[in-house]
Design a protein around this ligand. Sequence first.
Ligand SMILES: [Zn+2]
Length: 137
Amino acid sequence: MPIVTATRLVRFNAAHRVYNPTWSDERNQATFGKCNNPNWHGHNYTLEIAVEGSVDPDTGYVIDLGTVKEVAERELVRHIDHKNLNLDVPFMQGTIPTTENLVLACWRILAPHLQPARLVRLKLWETENHYVEYDGR
Ligand SMILES: [Zn+2]
């Protein structure tokens, strides 16, 4: 049975400060630069959600991408959109809110909700110049 990958994009914006609270101000500034701004800064994020599966003969879909959007909005986006990742988002507590840590959290949240498809890759864009990818390994 052929396997097809289907991808849905969702967008959100959020504020953060990237710093390690156990370090000195000097070490944080040297490591994280302007991302360490104590008064926060924000990004317009784009998350690409790629799922794979066989094509359902009744629908012609791997999964209805409208369902993927609804899952992402319900489980993820409404908890982080227009929020401060350091202060407002319980699942980011205790982690430095880098794009890397955020994509790992997105995976943990989304992966259980996408049957009959299977989550195979997340690509999280923090700016138009950089993104991180995670495939569950
Ligand atoms: Zn940032």
